[in-house]
Design a protein around this ligand. Structure first.
Ligand code: MCA
Ligand code: AMP
Length: 481
């Protein structure tokens, strides 16, 4: 297939492609560094990438794609259990990391290649086809450990080009964001997106309203963020007229990964004159819909299907819903070149995810307005929690909690949180009622085994979990105080 990044060979010499703090690479420098690394890893099996928010991660992923091999981005805050699962499931041939970065024990047996962003070399001839895997991204389900979604090169190219059409996204755009680089949002949209356009991305290292304002005042044109980030912007605006002025200069503010509450939309528009645009995607599908830059912005909707993406709503029994009445709720199913190909090593889960005629079941529930705008109204599975834009399976946290000696029974739910969208709540029956494990200890236990964003923010202690006659935990009876 043609190159995913034409700008690497034809990009403007003087223009920055990537900037992380005070470190930057122009297109020729990026081509030299990724070419050298691609040459070094060509012919290897898939590679793991220790995905810190750094230049090295961007160079590592682009080099793997140039070499035609799949990259498995790893959350550098993953706990041992999560990391162990991802490594044994994806079986990478080596790990790419920034020099000097200390890697935890599950990675120490793996060959390590340090990423040199100043290396000079040229890429071997790319042999990959559009069906070959570009990335394997791990994503949580309701139960069990995360599954590796195999994302083909075709899906990356398609979704980025469809977004370019919807957002009028060009090589003149300069994107600013502070998203993590081990998920689709930050990595595919936020790094590979600008590079495919021949534009520029400035990564903040970590999100801050000050960083966003500084970059917008220095020529950045677009902002990507999860709703928690826009919520924090909305909170800061009343005290920070400089932030409002900076946001007013942006060409496009884009939110995704979870619903941005209408109240936050309104506060941002009132203070800045800007409308935040929402797009809807999933690790398995990359991007499905978006409010278009040339369309009518409508808070509370995720816009219309992107070019090439087929979207339908279906009833419980799979019957397609034909009405566009703004009130008939159905599950969103999608089909198109943006989709993943399979869950790695999980043929059962892959089969269950698709209908017989190839539609992917998203599990998201929505209605459609008369003009096709999609409004997401909920999720089929109550055991999936979206916190800070991260998808987190209740079952995975329950299993981790049950591995704590002080826990006899555990149930996990999500409850509304103004900042995170939802916060994780644990309901615990302690092994010894006279000395229940402290909430902080349980949070640390989950953070160390899985990842810090999966830790419970609140713990309730019970004598017994409410169960039905079949012995199944009745989560709806776990009411929050
Ligand atoms: C706190 N910390 C701990 C503990 N408690 N570490 C270990 N053990 C503990 N017990 C640390 C955390 O690691 C973190 O460190 C810091 O304390 C603050 O933690 P927390 O409160 O959790 O973080 P936050 O600052 O509130 O994070 C909010 C956030 C974050 C920045 C919005 O949630 C975030 O980056 N979200 C983005 C999620 C995302 O990209 N999702 C895309 C997937 P430190 O501050 O050093 O980190 S969805 C997707 O890709 C689809 C396709 C889509 O549609 O986009
Ligand atoms: P992930 O599996 O982490 O890729 O998360 C995908 C899920 O995020 C989707 O199935 C939706 O539930 C949710 N999501 C993504 N974007 C939006 C949005 N703009 N509005 C509401 N939910 C969203």
């Amino acid at each position: 297939m043609s190159s995913l990044f034409p700008a690497l060979t034809s990009g403007p010499a003087g223009r920055a492609a990537l900037r992380f703090g005070d470190r930057a690479l122009t297109y020729p420098e990026l081509a030299a560094a990724t070419g050298a690394l691609a040459d070094r890893i060509a012919g290897k099996g898939r590679v793991a990438v220790w995905a810190t928010p750094t230049l090295e991660t961007a160079v590592a992923v682009v080099a793997a794609l140039e070499a035609g091999i799949a990259a498995v981005p790893l959350n550098p805050k993953s706990g041992e259990k999560e990391l162990g699962h991802i490594l044994s499931d994806s079986a990478p041939s080596l790990v790419l990391a920034a020099p000097g970065e200390e890697l935890p024990s599950p990675l120490r047996d793996l060959e390590r290649v340090d990423v040199d962003v100043r290396a000079v070399g040229s890429c071997p001839d790319e042999q990959a086809t559009e069906a070959d895997p570009a990335l394997i991204v791990y994503t949580s389900g309701t139960t069990g450990p995360p599954k590796g979604a195999v994302i083909p090169r075709r899906a990356v190219a398609h979704t980025l080009d469809a977004l370019a059409d919807a957002w009028q996204w060009t090589g003149d755009d300069v994107l600013v964001h502070g998203l993590p680089l081990f998920h689709v949002h930050g990595l595919v949209l936020g790094i590979l997106g600008p590079l495919r356009r021949g534009g520029c991305v400035r990564h903040l290292g970590r999100f801050s309203t000050e960083g966003v304002a500084r970059e917008l005042n220095d020529g950045a044109t677009m902002v990507f963020g999860v709703p928690t980030m826009y919520h924090r912007i909305a909170q800061a605006l009343p005290e920070d007229p400089g932030l409002a002025q900076a946001l007013g200069k942006a060409r496009l503010l884009v939110s995704g990964s979870a619903a941005l509450p209408v109240h936050d939309h309104e506060r941002i528009t009132a203070a800045t004159g800007q409308r935040v645009i929402e797009r809807y995607g999933m690790t398995e599908t990359l991007m499905n819909t978006s409010v278009r830059a040339d369309g009518e912005p409508r808070a509370g909707t995720v816009g219309v299907p992107l070019p090439g993406v087929e979207l339908r709503l279906v009833e419980e029994d799979g019957t397609p819903i034909t009405s566009y009445d703004g009130e008939t709720v159905g599950e969103i199913q999608v089909r198109g070149p943006n989709l993943f190909t399979e869950y790695l090593n999980r043929p059962d889960a892959t089969t269950a995810a698709f209908t017989e005629d190839g539609w992917f079941r998203t599990g998201d529930m929505a209605v459609r307005d008369a003009d096709g705008y999609v409004r997401i109204v909920g999720r089929k599975a109550t055991d999936l929690i979206k916190s800070g834009g991260y998808k987190i399976g209740a079952g995975e946290i329950e299993n981790a909690l049950l591995e704590h000696a002080g826990v006899r029974e555990a149930a996990v739910t999500g409850e509304p949180d103004a900042d995170l969208g939802e916060r994780i709540v644990a309901w615990i029956v302690p092994a010894d009622p006279d000395s229940p494990p402290p909430a902080e200890e349980l949070a640390d236990h989950v953070a160390a085994r899985l990842a810090p964003h999966k830790r419970p923010r609140k713990v309730h202690y019970l004598d017994a979990l409410p169960r039905n006659d079949m012995g199944k935990i009745m989560k709806r009876a776990l009411t929050h105080d």
